[in-house]
Ligand binder design. Structure first.
Ligand SMILES: [Fe+2]
Ligand SMILES: [Fe+2]
Length: 290
């Protein structure tokens, strides 16, 4: 499999597989074995799943999602999405919106992984009062920054949310995570490097400074498409491999080829850490290649 960075034994290189929007209940089942195989080949240090594991938060959907996660390597950082909150059961939605998520997927709504090179922290942005949009609150931001502040300098700091901090249309603010501006200011101040999200079903990486006027720091907003669902938004199923070899990061987009029955790298974006934060240095499409 093509790689944006070379892999040497003993290297500080870290690989994160970033999956999102699985939507068990609205699934293209053919993608599952191929996705598991692609993740195995990537040999990730961490698997991230940025929400919407189910379509309607039904028990069977969560059971199937749980089995799928069990077939993937660990450690895993998983956060819920808006589809993981029951839509029609008003009592469950109001009183215990994430009960099934916590029973089948994870009790921990702020999962955390850290080693000598990376720290990865999940934040729940799904809310019972909004059907689609998500929100982050000040307490979550304060807790997250305090946790990441304990990591040594030079550790690449990564936040995982379901709802996005950026959307393709620069003038669109309705699709953004609620209170994103407040969170972004704090994350930039505390040296967060990457934010991994989903929800849009669109694969995209952008620099935060394109939307947020936060002085002195640019971080990378990395969106994964839907890995397995039939809820396409003009894109085929995809996932990302984020390779970190500070001061470089590459984001490989793996897309589903239904004829071959496999996921393969279709684009690689390269980024470099500078005194002002992260900037794009390369962008390479492999579509049409072997
Ligand atoms: Fe979704
Ligand atoms: Fe969503």
């Amino acid at each position: 499999m093509a790689s944006g960075l070379s892999w040497a034994k003993g290297s500080p290189l870290r690989a994160i597989v970033h999956l999102s929007d699985l939507h068990f209940g609205r699934l293209d089942r053919a993608t599952l074995p191929a996705l598991i195989a692609a993740v195995d080949v990537a040999k990730p240090d961490v698997v991230v799943v940025s929400g919407d594991l189910t379509q309607r938060a039904r028990r069977k959907e969560f059971e199937d999602a749980r089995k799928f996660l069990d077939d993937l390597p660990s450690p895993q950082i998983v956060v819920p999405g808006n589809h993981d909150v029951p839509l029609y059961n008003i009592v469950a939605r109001t009183l215990r919106p994430l009960a099934r998520y916590q029973r089948y997927i994870s009790d921990d709504l702020e999962p955390f992984y850290a080693d000598d090179e990376i720290a990865v922290l999940g934040i729940n942005t799904a809310r019972s009062l909004t059907f689609k949009n998500g929100r982050i609150n000040r307490q979550q931001v304060v807790r997250s920054c305090a946790r990441l502040a304990k990591c040594r300098a030079g550790v690449t700091r990564i936040i995982v949310t379901h709802h996005p901090f950026d959307v393709p249309d620069a003038s669109d603010t309705r699709g953004l995570l609620g209170r994103a501006q407040m969170a972004m200011a704090a994350f930039a101040h505390h040296g967060v490097d990457l934010i991994l999200s989903g929800h849009l079903h669109v694969s995209r990486t952008s620099e935060s400074t394109a939307r947020y006027k936060v002085s002195g720091h640019s971080l990378l907003v990395i969106q994964a498409g839907t890995a397995t669902s039939t809820r396409h938004r003009g894109e085929v199923n995809s996932c990302n491999i984020v390779r970190i070899d500070r001061p470089r990061v590459s984001v490989e987009c793996l897309t589903w080829n239904s004829e071959r029955g496999s996921f393969a790298v279709s684009a690689i974006d390269g980024f470099m850490h500078t005194p002002d934060g992260w900037i794009r240095i390369t962008s390479k499409s492999l579509v049409g290649g072997s």
